[in-house]
Design a protein around this ligand. Structure first.
Ligand SMILES: Cc1cc2nc3c(=O)[nH]c(=O)nc-3n(C[C@H](O)[C@H](O)[C@H](O)COP(=O)(O)OP(=O)(O)OC[C@H]3O[C@@H](n4cnc5c(N)ncnc54)[C@H](O)[C@@H]3O)c2cc1C
Length: 452
């Protein structure tokens, strides 16, 4: 059934549908219901936040503190599912490195993201968490974690505070775009139209779609002439197309002491040490994610790209060569490599997998390959598996106040904007900061609408 609020009075601004948090009951109301409001409520600017992830919730907090009537709509049965999942793996909420280094992590978008962070940066994020009664600590990598490394206690305290501030939550409300000026939602009871003085979209990217952010908003905004860069995987793994023999034997094997050589964006040879895992089809893990944006762009430009594995990063090339060339008597090359260089298991398998037989048997070539084993990456893993996504609403689609040029009164925050960052707390920090920045502008806009 289609419920249309105020269809008879299109020229009149309509209030958001009033309901208790999480318990919409408009099915029982007449189709053209227009709730009576107290004089005070009528003068409050009404802001609809669509998307209850970290960016949307942070926006709701700022809007409510600024005196708006805030209604949060989300397609899922509960808010912040990705945030909760992030907490299961030990959530990095921000990072303790020097601020200038922190801002550089946003690459080509450091300027725009830096402007949000100047107002609400990593230190402010920590203080904000402490204000929720949750301690934080800095790990050995410099990453900042909430106490217990969990998201659930933080989210519980945050939602409690938001409800106390008057924020109302409407779950299972899938935004479908607009009908005229009104927002269209699919709900369990049928379609519904909602109007507000300002709208804040915080719909996320397209990774892990089963947690709510599925990128279905892209055509909705494109239809309103909003420029959107295609959503692509970020912080993702890659397919190598291993042979069946290698993948059966080594899928799931971690490489804990390894470095990856790769070509950086300027075409220079770069190198990074860390850890990753061999998967059924390729590679994934923190070291791969850290350089995944440059590798992804190379694959897009060239069809595939090559990385060079250093299987013994703690030994220099001369030492490796000397060990390989050392007389080995009747021993096989693989047991020689195991005893002299500790190369066994998945590392030994990689040499066999990625080197031609003739190269494996040539000691000079083998020694060089142990320090720089070429591995060809065919494609990034699908966006649904990525930690985050790149692309989204282009900054050029926003005016100086962060409002969509093509759709006045609509502001955008979080991962659905066209920026990306590595893992390590940079994603959440920018989502929080952009939620605050967009909310402040939405508040001003909605305030002016109410006054006029
Ligand atoms: C496994 C995993 C681990 C992670 N770990 C970390 C970490 O440790 N540190 C870090 O900084 N980041 C981490 N991230 C990334 C971080 O969780 C995201 O960047 C962040 O959640 C994005 O926030 P957001 O508010 O922009 O969007 P989201 O959190 O994606 O929220 C968007 C919301 O919009 C709703 N929505 C979408 N479409 C509609 C629609 N049409 N109608 C109504 N509602 C809709 C969704 O249901 C969802 O609730 C991790 C991500 C994953 C997947």
């Amino acid at each position: 059934m289609l419920y249309i609020l105020g269809r008879r009075r299109r020229d009149v601004k309509l209030p958001l549908h009033f309901s208790s948090p999480g318990n919409l009951d408009y099915n029982a109301r007449p189709a053209f219901y227009w709730p009576s409001m107290s004089p005070t409520a009528q003068t409050l600017p009404r802001v609809a936040v669509i998307g209850g992830g970290p960016a949307g919730l942070m926006a709701a907090e700022v809007l409510a503190a600024g005196g708006a009537q805030v209604d949060v709509f989300d397609a899922m049965p509960s808010v912040a599912r990705k945030f909760l999942l992030a907490g299961k793996g030990g959530m990095n909420i921000t990072h303790s490195e020097p601020y200038a280094d922190f801002v550089r992590r946003y690459g080509a978008r450091s300027g725009e993201v830096g402007a949000w962070l100047d107002a609400f940066g990593p230190e402010a994020v920590r203080e904000w968490i402490h204000g929720l009664g949750i301690d934080t600590f800095v790990g050995s990598s410099g990453r900042v974690f909430p106490a217990d490394m969990k998201a659930a206690p933080l989210l519980r305290a945050w939602l409690h505070r938001l409800r106390e501030a008057g924020v109302r939550f409407h779950m299972r409300q899938r935004w479908l775009g607009w009908e005229g000026d009104a927002l269209r939602f699919a709900t369990p009871e049928g379609e519904r139209l909602v109007q507000a003085d300002a709208v804040l979209l915080a719909l996320g990217g397209a990774s892990w779609p089963r947690l709510g952010s599925d990128g279905a908003w892209v055509p909705l905004l494109a239809a309103r002439s909003v420029e959107v860069a295609p959503l692509v995987p970020a912080n993702c793994g890659f397919d190598v197309d291993w042979t069946a023999h290698f993948s059966e034997k080594h899928a799931g094997a971690p490489l804990t002491t390894v470095a990856i050589g790769y070509q950086d964006r300027e075409g220079r040879r770069a190198r990074r040490q860390g850890q990753f895992v061999v998967t059924q089809t390729g590679i994934e893990g923190s070291l791969v994610y850290a350089i995944s944006s440059v590798l992804r762009d190379q694959v897009a430009a060239r069809g595939e790209t090559t990385i060079w594995l250093d299987l013994v990063p703690d030994l220099d090339a001369a030492r490796v060569r000397a060990e390989v060339l050392r007389p080995r008597g009747a021993r096989s090359m693989s047991s020689h490599l195991q005893s002299r260089l500790g190369i066994r298991g998945v590392k030994a398998g990689l040499l066999r997998e990625c080197l031609a037989q003739a190269d494996y048997l040539d000691e000079d070539t083998l020694a060089a390959a142990i320090k720089a084993l070429p591995v060809r990456l065919k494609r990034p893993r699908p966006i649904a598996e990525a930690i985050s996504s790149a692309g989204g609403v282009r900054f050029e689609a926003l005016d100086a106040q962060g409002m969509l040029r093509a759709v006045p009164g609509v502001f955008v925050a979080g991962e659905m904007l066209d920026w990306e960052a590595p893992t390590g707390g940079y994603l959440l920090t920018a989502c929080f900061a952009s939620g605050r920045a967009a909310a402040q502008e939405a508040l001003r806009y909605a305030g002016r609408r109410v006054e006029s």
